[in-house]
Design a protein around this ligand. Sequence first.
Ligand code: NDP
Length: 486
Amino acid sequence: MTYATQPEASHFVNGAYLEDKNGPPIEVIYPATGAVIATLHEATPEVIEQAISGAQAAQVDWAKLSGMEKGRVLRRAADIMRDRNHDLSVLETYDTGKPLQETLVADATSGADALEYFGSVAAGLTGEHIPLPGGDWAYTIREPLGVCVGLGAWNYPTQIACWKAAPALACGNAMVFKPSETTPLSALKLAEILIEAGAPAGLFNVVQGAGTVGAPLVTDPRVAKVSLTGSVPTGRKVYASAAEGMKHVTMELGGKSPLIIFDDASLEDAVGGAILGNFYSSGQVCSNGTRVFVQRGLKEAFLTRLAERTQQAVIGDPLDEATNFGPMVSEGQLQIVLNYIEAGKADGARLISGGHRIDGAGCWIEPTIFADVTDDMTIAREEIFGPVLSVLDFDDEAEVIARANATEYGLSAGVYTRDVQRGHRVIEQLQAGSCFLNSYNDAPVEVPFGGVKASGVGRENSKAAIEHYSQLKSVFVRMGETEAPF
Ligand code: NDP
């Protein structure tokens, strides 16, 4: 291996790399080959203490800077990230297995977008003046929350770290971030870059470890807010534990999102949307449209074209820029997906394409398509988080809306139709936080992102995120005398 994947140390605390070999080892595996590419150590209680106390100290002075000054640091960090996009993308590919073709355009670049966006809005973060009767008035002060904790999933390690750090820091907070133990490398690079861009030591810290390291971060009384990207079961635990301390939360959780394709849709676009919403990042995307409802008149043409285009996937070395379909992130996730494929077969779904592990080293599985899937089947009800696309048939609009909403999840939803009125009418009735019309899985930083129902609480990205990383102090000003009853 020529590319250096072993970081200087496991953690980044108080502006520098920090090692404590007393923490149990974490082996980082390149999922394409199964090779160990780095060995890190879980954070010990001493490391966690240094990270939280360092963040608490750094936050006080950071909050005193003007929005312009804070924003300048974030925008500089965005520029550095873009300059290093190639190296950061290679590292992300080693960490996750995602093809370089994807990581070059979707990971450090989207992280840089978040840093640039929130760097730009920082200067405009103000309270407001509220006139009141009799010449009295009030004003609000937008204040930071304090120390925020970020907990990341393994599918978009760089993006998740930036989506949490950028709005948190723009609002004057400090952050302790714990990446998934499966993909611990990229967040360390963000910490390095922020220091280079002028952030004070301690403002953004990275500590490694599994849920056992995340849990004490969530319960620490010095922590004001917890932002998690992860599964619904973890979300339930973390939300409950944060509630004990009455902390602010953002929960970006899983989904089982519907993608509804009407007879009048452009076939090529609809097939493209289904591929993007099921096979990009080998299906390891929370907002994926994994329940593909196809109106009966288009069904056979859709299945034929979907199978044809799926055959064209270039499966191979993720570092080869021609590859557009990589491995699963880990052996554990691969086994979960294989079990779901078996469940699909056992429940009577018709396997159209794929369905098998790919022989050889690494965590490879074929892009898999099931047809004739019904609402009660396990593969139509549970989040798989892998490249398994289920096609369900439907006849009319009211029916498909009811079936699309019949899930505990509500992260995303998509509609393909050439009838603009129908498109908007259907989307208005879908229970989902992020919807797509004749498209799927776009996530520009300017647009709020998040779920309803069990898929989450709060929003990331856009101006909406500011509300989740700041609080308002109201100040009432009496211009006349104070009138008391006695
Ligand atoms: P997990 O829910 O297993 O973990 C998420 C993070 O929380 C990890 O860093 C994990 O550590 C940590 N964690 C686990 N238990 C606790 C705990 N008790 N206290 C504090 N932290 C804890 O998710 P995955 O990493 O498996 O990611 C896949 C899931 O993430 C999918 O369900 C997917 O839908 C969801 N997701 C949601 C997105 C969204 O924006 N809505 C985006 C991407 C993914 P560790 O894993 O190291 O043990």
